[in-house]
Design a protein around this ligand. Structure first.
Ligand code: FES
Ligand code: FES
Length: 141
């Protein structure tokens, strides 16, 4: 069926042409960095988001993954899915959705989990930065 073949091609594309590989400045106050590892295999994923102050939406995302092809494809997909979303919205992205979209076999589920964890860690980092900046601003003296 045409649809199935198209779907398959899209997925292969994420393996062969990962999107948004690279880094954002981790010291930028609008950038959140998530660095996570998979205990099962030792693979590591860094995922970064840039958040727009006014809209609260993610306007850029980058990743670097030292890991298997499924982890790389999962992070590539994650950087596409987080764009245009708010913090609350990206926190609803589930690794099972990523795995389904990439047709990952069950044994590769933990690779997509790395992407979900990396998104959550990036959001946490961004929120912590914001909280710190706000407390500095409101501190008396
Ligand atoms: Fe890239 Fe669906 S395969 S968003
Ligand atoms: Fe561990 Fe894929 S085998 S992240």
């Amino acid at each position: 069926p045409v649809v199935a073949r198209h779907y398959h091609e899209n997925v292969i594309d994420h393996y062969e042409n990962p999107r948004n590989v690279g880094s954002l400045d981790k010291n930028d106050p609008n950038v959140g960095t998530g660095l996570v590892g998979a205990p099962a295999c030792g693979d590591v994923m860094k995922l970064q988001i840039r958040v727009d102050d006014d809209s609260g939406q993610i306007i850029d995302a980058r990743f670097k993954t030292f890991g298997c092809g499924s982890a790389i494809a999962s992070s590539s997909l994650a950087t596409e899915w987080v764009r245009g979303k708010t913090m609350n919205e990206v926190l609803t992205i589930k690794n099972t959705e990523i795995a389904k979209h990439l047709s990952l076999p069950p044994v590769k589920l933990h690779c997509s989990m790395l992407a979900e964890d990396a998104i959550k860690a990036a959001v946490k980092d961004y929120m912590a930065k914001r909280a710190k900046a706000n407390s500095l601003i409101t501190k008396p003296n």
